[in-house]
Design a protein around this ligand. Sequence first.
Ligand code: RP5
Length: 163
Amino acid sequence: MQQPLVGIIMGSDSDLPIMQEAANVLQHFGIAYELTVVSAHRTPARMMQYAQSARSRGLKVIIAGAGGAAHLPGMVASLTPLPVIGVPVKSSNSIDGWDSILSILQMPNGIPVATVALNAAKNAGILAASIIGSFNATIGDQVEAYKQEMEAAVLGKVAHLRQ
Ligand code: RP5
């Protein structure tokens, strides 16, 4: 079994349908990951233990998704030197997702969380791959190829349109 390089965590198992998209991307790039539920509110001791041990366990990036008063990404970022990517999840009782977005996005100076769009776990996975790719040439080449494929797909569609 490969050493996980990315930790995917979420505040509740109800976030899993969204957060699974980050895992799918990492799988596509062949990046080993771990995935679990860590709640800032319901399991604060587990959150501290997870974040404080993440670097020594070999993780390079953490993707943290949560909804509502979404403290998980910010709290985890405060407890680890690793880059933390935050995914605002639109939970069922949310105010159109703005609660999740603002809780994760509006971090005070000193504790950054790289926040992706609402429910954009796929982008979180791509960003994590880009970070890993900055020091791992194989993954970097794969991310480059992925972007070239995307470009080719768009240009292929445009070719059928009148200029
Ligand atoms: C947050 O509360 C979770 O991240 C989830 O998005 C939201 C609702 O959680 P459940 O009540 O569905 O467990 O902590």
